[in-house]
Design a protein around this ligand. Structure first.
Ligand SMILES: *[C@@H]1O[C@H](CO)[C@@H](O)[C@H](O)[C@H]1NC(C)=O
Ligand SMILES: *[C@@H]1O[C@H](CO)[C@@H](O)[C@H](O)[C@H]1NC(C)=O
Ligand SMILES: *[C@@H]1O[C@H](CO)[C@@H](O)[C@H](O)[C@H]1NC(C)=O
Ligand SMILES: *[C@@H]1O[C@H](CO)[C@@H](O)[C@H](O)[C@H]1NC(C)=O
Ligand SMILES: *[C@@H]1O[C@H](CO)[C@@H](O)[C@H](O)[C@H]1NC(C)=O
Ligand SMILES: *[C@@H]1O[C@H](CO)[C@@H](O)[C@H](O)[C@H]1NC(C)=O
Length: 316
C-alpha cells in the first residue's frame, strides 16, 4: 500500500470510507478478471423471469458464441426481442489487439458484465483490451459521448506548449482517420516526435464503435480530446474511456503490433498490459488529483467515486 497515491488527509478519510463501503457493494471471487472499470445504470432494473432478462441472456450468449467463430473481427453486435423488452449488446476490441486476445477478452466481458451488473437494464464494462455495453434502448449506431473513466500519468511533459501542440495535431489526424474507417473497425494509431526533453515520441490510439457514422465518431473523439485539457494537462500518458469511443496516448508504444517503426523495442507499457485494474504505481495514479478534478469536472460524482472504488479494490 506504500505505493498508494492517496496521501492527503482528505484522501485518507475518503479511502477508509471506501474500504468500508466497497465490501458490501462489490462482490469478489469470480473466474473472469475484474473490469478495469464498469458502470451499471440504476435508472431501471429487470426482474427474474422478465422477458428482458431472457433477451439479455440471448444477446450475451450470441456474442460469446461469436468469439469462437473465425469470421468475426474486433467488433460484435447482437439484438434480441421486441420493444419494450429488446436487448442490444455491442462489444469492441481496441485497435492493435490480436484476434486471439480479443476473443478471449470479449468472451470474458459477456460473463463478467452480468456479475457486476446483475439486474440493470443498461451497463458498460471495460477491460484493457476490449469493452462491452448493453441496453434496453437501441444503442446500435447511436452516439453516447459520456466520459466514464480517466487515468493519467502523473509525470508531466516538459515544454507543455510544444507537447500539447503535438498532441493536438496527432489526435486531429487520428480522429479523422478512425472516423473514416469501415463499419467493422474505426480505430487509428500513430506517433509523433515531441520537442521536449523528457518525452521523445508520443504514441496515440483511438477507437470508436464502428457502428457510428463518420461525424459521430469524429464528434466523440473530439470531446475526449478536448477533455484532455480539463483532466490531464501535460500528462505524459492518458487513457479516457467514453461510452462510444476511447482515446489513449503514452510515451511508450501502446501495443507493440502498432509500432510504425520496426526498429523500436517492443515494450508493452503498464497502462495497457492485460492485467486489468488501476495501477497506482510510481507511474500511474488515479487519485492524486482527485480534489482538483472534482472542482474542475462535472461528469458525475458517482462515476468518480466508483472509479476510485475500483482502484482501491485493486490495491487491497
Ligand atoms: C436498481 O437496483 C439498484 C441496486 O440495487 C438500486 O440502487 C436502484 O435504486 C434500483 N433502481 C430502480 C429504478 O429501482
Ligand atoms: C449487427 O449489425 C449488422 C450491421 O447493421 C446487422 O446487419 C446485423 O443484423 C446486426 N446483428 C445483430 C445480431 O443485431
Ligand atoms: C429503457 O429503460 C428506461 C428506463 O426504464 C426507459 O426510460 C426507456 O424508455 C427504455 N427504453 C425502451 C426502448 O424501452
Ligand atoms: C479471460 O479469463 C480467463 C480466466 O477465466 C483468463 O485466463 C484470461 O486471461 C482472460 N482473458 C483476457 C483477455 O483477459
Ligand atoms: C491547461 O493548460 C492550458 C494551456 O496551458 C490552460 O489554458 C488551462 O487553464 C489548463 N487547464 C487546467 C485545468 O489547468
Ligand atoms: C452538471 O451538469 C449537468 C448536465 O450537464 C447539469 O444539469 C448540472 O446542473 C451540472 N451541475 C453542476 C454542479 O454544475
Amino acid at each position: 500500500m506504500g505505493s498508494l497515491c492517496c496521501e492527503t488527509p482528505f484522501f485518507m478519510v475518503f479511502f477508509i470510507l471506501v474500504l468500508v463501503v466497497q465490501h458490501s457493494m462489490f462482490p469478489t471471487t469470480n473466474s473472469q478478471p475484474d473490469f478495469t472499470y464498469h458502470s451499471c445504470s440504476n435508472n431501471a432494473n429487470y426482474t427474474n423471469n422478465s422477458p428482458f432478462k431472457k433477451n439479455l441472456h440471448n444477446v450475451l450468449l450470441s456474442i460469446s458464441s461469436k468469439t469462437t467463430q473465425l469470421d468475426y473481427g474486433l467488433f460484435y453486435n447482437a439484438t434480441s426481442g421486441e420493444y419494450p423488452d429488446r436487448a442490444t449488446a455491442l462489444a469492441l476490441c481496441r485497435g492493435g489487439v490480436s484476434l486471439k486476445q480479443c476473443r478471449s477478452c470479449v468472451y470474458n466481458s459477456t460473463l463478467r458484465i452480468t456479475k457486476d451488473c446483475p439486474k440493470q437494464r443498461e451497463a458498460e464494462g471495460w477491460y484493457s483490451d476490449c469493452q462491452i455495453r448493453y441496453s434496453n434502448n437501441s444503442i446500435y449506431g447511436v452516439l453516447d459521448t459520456t466520459i466514464k473513466y480517466v487515468r493519467w500519468n502523473t509525470q508531466k511533459a516538459l515544454n507543455p506548449r510544444g507537447f500539447n501542440k503535438v498532441l493536438r495535431s496527432l489526435f486531429d489526424g487520428l480522429g479523422r482517420e478512425a472516423a473514416s474507417g469501415s463499419s467493422v473497425q474505426k480505430s487509428a494509431w500513430g506517433d509523433k516526435k515531441v520537442p521536449s526533453s523528457n518525452v521523445d515520441i508520443v504514441y496515440g490510439l483511438v477507437d470508436c464503435f464502428p457502428d457510428l457514422s463518420y461525424l459521430d465518431c469524429l464528434d466523440c473523439l473530439n470531446r475526449l480530446q478536448n477533455f484532455l485539457r480539463t483532466c490531464c494537462n501535460d500528462s505524459m500518458g492518458v487513457r479516457i474511456f467514453g461510452i462510444s469511443c476511447q482515446l489513449n496516448y503514452d510515451n511508450t508504444p501502446i501495443y507493440p503490433s502498432l509500432l510504425s517503426s520496426p526498429s523500436l523495442p517492443p515494450s508493452p507499457l503498464p497502462s495497457s498490459s492485460p492485467t486489468p485494474g488501476i495501477i497506482c504505481s510510481e507511474k500511474f495514479c488515479d487519485c492524486l488529483q482527485f480534489k482538483t478534478y472534482l472542482k474542475m469536472v462535472n461528469i458525475t460524482l458517482i462515476t468518480l467515486i466508483k472509479s476510485i472504488f475500483v482502484g482501491v479494490k485493486k490495491n487491497v
